[in-house]
Design a binder for this molecule. Sequence first.
Ligand SMILES: *[C@@H]1O[C@H](CO)[C@@H](O)[C@H](O)[C@H]1NC(C)=O
Ligand SMILES: *[C@@H]1O[C@H](CO)[C@@H](O)[C@H](O)[C@H]1NC(C)=O
Ligand SMILES: *[C@@H]1O[C@H](CO)[C@@H](O)[C@H](O)[C@H]1NC(C)=O
Length: 193
Amino acid sequence: MAQTLPKHTHTILTLIIFSSLILIQAQTHQFSRKLSTKSLNFKKQKLTHLHFYFHDILSGDDPTAIKVAESRITNTSRTGFGAVIMIDDPLTVGPERGSKIVGRAQGIYASACLTDTRLLMALNYVFLEGKYNGSSLSILGTNSVFSPVREMPVVGGSGLFRFATGYALAKTHKVNFSNGDAVVEYNVYVLHY
Ligand SMILES: *[C@@H]1O[C@H](CO)[C@@H](O)[C@H](O)[C@H]1NC(C)=O
Ligand SMILES: *[C@@H]1O[C@H](CO)[C@@H](O)[C@H](O)[C@H]1NC(C)=O
Ligand SMILES: *[C@@H]1O[C@H](CO)[C@@H](O)[C@H](O)[C@H]1NC(C)=O
C-alpha cells in the first residue's frame, strides 16, 4: 500500500504519527502537577479519637511479641539495651484478652536507651473493624514504659487515614512482671480527611 502512495505522502504520515507519539510520551511522563484537595475527594479535615487496649503477649505457646535480636550487652544492661522485639499484638475494645479485636499492632519495639527503660516504637496499627477495616496508622516514637502516660506521634496513615497526623497516649493497664505480659490502654487522636 505504501508503495502505491506518492513518496511525500508517506513522509508526512510518518511525521504525524511520530509527533503525536512524542506528545503522548510528554503527558505520561509528567513528573508533578498541582491539584486541589477536592479533586481527590478529600473534603474537610476531621479529628477522630480512637480508644483500644494493646495486648503484648510474651508468654505461653502463642506469643504475639517475640525477641528477634539483641546486642552484645543486652543481657548485662539494666535496660536490656539493644533487644529488638517483633510484634503482632491484638488491639481490643476492652481490657480483657478475649475482648473483641478491632485491629493489630504490627512492627517492632526496641530497647533504645542505656540509662532508662525507654523503647523505640516503630509500628503500624492495622485496623480490622467496621469502616476502618483495611485502614492503618503509623506510629514512630519513644516510649518510656514506666511513665504513667507516654505520648507517641502518629506520622501517617492509609485508607481512611490518608494524610493522618496526630498522637497516641499510652497508659499501662496491667503488667505481669514475672512473664512480661502487658495490657496497655491507648487513646489516639488523629487529624485526617
Ligand atoms: C543472653 O541470655 C540468653 C538467655 O540466657 C541467651 O540465650 C543468649 O545467648 C544471651 N545473649 C548474649 C548476647 O550473650
Ligand atoms: C475486613 O476486611 C476483610 C478483607 O476485605 C474481610 O475479609 C473481613 O471480613 C473484614 N472484617 C470485618 C470485621 O468486617
Ligand atoms: C503472671 O505470670 C506467671 C508466670 O507465667 C503466672 O504464673 C501468673 O499466673 C501470672 N499472673 C497473672 C495475674 O496472670
